[in-house]
Design a binder for this molecule. Sequence first.
Ligand SMILES: [Zn+2]
Length: 325
Amino acid sequence: MSDSDVTRVARGVMELVLRHQRKGQRTGTCALTPCPDCRDAHVARVERYVAAGEPVRFVLPAFPGKSPNTAKVLGFLPDKAEQLALEFLSGLTADIREVYAPGAEILICSDGRVFSDAVGIPDEHITAYQREMQALIDALPRPSGIGLFNLEDLPELAGLGHDRMREILSERYAEPLEQLRKRVRAGEEAPLYRAITRFLFEDGNTPEYTGSRAALQRDARARAYVVIQRSKAWGDLLADRFPGALRLSIHPQPCGAEKLGIHLVRTPDNWLTPWHSVALDTGDGDYVLVKRSEAEARGAQLVRAGGRPSHYALTEPLAPATAAA
Ligand SMILES: [Zn+2]
């Protein structure tokens, strides 16, 4: 393949990915789809895979485990929301195979073990979630192009306790909390910090919680720093472990950033993810992610699959006035 063919193919691959970009801004070139600056930020990495004739490797830190708040989710195991996201990612690798035969591999790097203590998910729930994620991946049509990588998959951590694994990750990669706090106070990572604080506050604000809102807010802020610190450490470890891979993110990112934010499933909230929500069948062959409480408030019916709660389905069309017109 000539150099110009490599560039053309690499751009084609990136344009497929950018159709699903979760944008951090809609100004400047990011007002365009695909944004040429976001595309060009990643093309060189894709070109290296294309020139070598290898599958393009994407690393996606995501799918940590379900939120512990049952007002948002159905339980601690993956359900229809995760299945839809995996089908979407697998579909994306199939689209890439159409323009580049060796295709792509999206490695989901589950970050639940990395910060389970800070987000209040028991380690047994993380283990069960990961096991079920692998089962969902195994059930995808082949080739799925999807892999799963967990903290305990690092050979040097084999046999250690989960707390010790997190300690080793922090010893090797974590930025000191004081330094991170300073950067956030200076405005860096501010949208991420606000989003994580909001999730942690909501997750702690369960019917069983009896403390004050102010105390919960304080606690959420303190834990948000730990979540960001460990996420960054995990990202740095992955960069070492998978050099050359393209870094995807489930959060919106600035234009041209090294990480590329993508949507996994349609959602009205730019920050909502499958593990903070439920899938809602809108009745027209489509699904949207919403909080469980919202699905119930709309009178949606719980659907079970494989003996477990799976998702909700609207019993009436979303907008009857429009449908009648
Ligand atoms: Zn852009």
